[in-house]
Design a protein around this ligand. Structure first.
Ligand SMILES: [Zn+2]
Length: 126
């Protein structure tokens, strides 16, 4: 996103927030009731690259997200607005966008799954 390009924020009714490669940020409209959380999330999204492919910089940035976002406020928000859990699905479908994949989450979940299954296999063998 160029410095002079205006930040475009679009409201939606699910998930938490996503940054798109044209610089647009979509946020859950209910975040308007949580101004501090909202600005922390927007600060987080601004620091993402515009690269739509999986890359190390965006991946590491998301691993830091829980501390950047004051996890407790975020958890409270998720409890009150359960549709925000869509954010943690590695893939979902909307009529407007079709299939949406979250590459960072796919990588994180595959790592967790392979560690778990290795553990389970070792548990049987040993
Ligand atoms: Zn992120």
């Amino acid at each position: 996103m160029g410095v002079n390009q205006e930040l475009k924020i679009i409201h939606r009714s699910y998930g938490i927030a996503d940054r798109y490669d044209n610089g647009t940020i979509e946020i859950n409209k209910n975040l308007e009731k949580y101004p501090e959380l909202k600005s922390a999330i927007i600060r987080h999204e601004i620091k993402h690259t515009n690269n739509p492919r999986f890359n190390k910089k965006d991946f590491l940035h998301d691993l830091e997200a829980p501390e950047q976002l004051k996890l407790f406020t975020l958890i409270k928000f998720i409890f009150k607005h359960p549709l925000s859990l869509v954010q943690f699905l590695p893939a979902y479908y909307t009529r407007k966008k079709g299939l949406v994949l979250d590459l960072n989450l796919i990588v994180i979940y595959s790592v967790v799954l392979s560690v778990l299954s290795t553990g389970i296999v070792l548990g049987f063998v040993l």
